[in-house]
Write a protein of this length. Sequence first.
Length: 493
Amino acid sequence: MPDIQLLPETSAFLDRPHSQFIAGEAIAASGETFDVINPATEAAIATVGAASSDELNQAVAAAKTCFNDVWADFNPYARGQILNKLADLIEQNGEEIAQLETLSSGKSINLARLFEVQQSALFLRYFASWTTKINGETMQPSLPSMAGEKYSAFTLRQHIGVVAAIVPWNFPLMIAIWKLGAALACGCTVVLKPSEFTPLTVLKLAELARQAGLPDGALNIINGKGDIGEALVKHPDVKKVSFTGSVQTGMKVNQTAAQDMTRCTLELGGKNSAVLLHDADIDRAVGALLQLGYIHQGQVCAAPERIYVPNDRIDELLDKFSAALSQAPIGSPMDESNVFGPISNKPQYEKVLSYLQYAKDHGQLVYGGEPFDQDGLYITPALVKASSAEDVLMQQETFGPILTVMGYDDESELLELINNTPYGLGTSLWTNNLSAAMRMIPKIESGTVWINLHTMVDPAVPFGGVKQSGIGREFGSAFIDEYTELKSVMMAY
Ligand code: NAD
């Protein structure tokens, strides 16, 4: 099928110069600029100004002023109304947002519509519904009275202040919403730094936020690479850092934040396992894992990268995966009939190719893994059979379209294999054996365990990692802890 038609609004947005969004204004670029590259063609599609240190200071000052003068005391119900209005505007501008997203990240247009538009609106509405329910508790102090007086105590949940939100390139708008929706719902204000590869949709979002009635300075966007992110984390008026990205960067961010005791939530990488137990329905698991493992070319933090299957069923699994992969259409992400598209950016493309070269050199590549013969950063989805649990492809996050399969015999060996990783984001078990699943769940070292599904992230369910996959939780009611401080009040009467 041909590519979909670009909307005139999309073309007009791309043609405009872009820079920072501070105190409700899109400001003109003042210095260095960088190009946004379409990974499907490798052509530059827009130019964005990188933030100077002056602009960074202005953005934090705008967020601080808005917090102190407006947002912290804003009526909670009215906060929720603005977030709901922003969700409406995301939907109303959904096709433009989806097109901008696909052009800058290579994500299939179908996925851009589903995740960056529909799910972003859904998550935002979830956070909007919490604004009127963020409360402390009353409690009865437990120590005996000294001289007949009585005691009472309660806690206040106080918004933390200016939040630095730093996000990656794989789901740029949706992950930005996870952070700013939570922060704004709790009464914090935000300075958001998108990835240098995908700044466009959050700039569009900032304009929509103003239209929705968000006060100037409540959401500010600054652009640039890691140095701007680092300067933001170090800023003394930033009271909380909410970071999503790689383990390597997350460790640096954590160290930088700790120097000033700045609160920090880290949502980092994974080397997630999908585990077929002995009774698993292989056809069902292959059908699902094909979608979940290779969706957005595997550039999904929670996607399965390690597949464990009983040794006596490994050949059946590899054959079924290979057959299914050979049928999946790959090509332009703006063509609605394609399932696979390009890798999102050149450094990631090079990284994936180097992992595939390793698999080839070690005789492990079972299917795919070839650069595609056309312009753009295309690689056919790959299937690898591991030689040992210590293989590079069983240990390191590839964040690419590579599933690595390994066999096992019994449950205790399997638990060791699942936990044999520095990561701990998500694990799925594919089984109808309730007893085995319930035995294993407490022993699996990961923030989420899915049964007969994988990668599902829902606003009502806390999400985050253990071990090197991160610190803190997003969603559920757990997010409230991350953006508020508890103040205890004790009284004698
Ligand atoms: P990255 O760590 O390279 O960059 C993430 C963000 O941090 C970018 O905006 C980048 O400019 C910024 N940054 C870089 N150096 C910085 C520094 N020193 N201080 C502050 N900010 C800095 O990650 P990426 O390549 O953009 O994203 C891919 C990674 O993100 C993968 O590891 C993936 O698993 C992870 N991820 C995790 C989740 C999750 O929820 N756990 C979700 C999506 C992606």
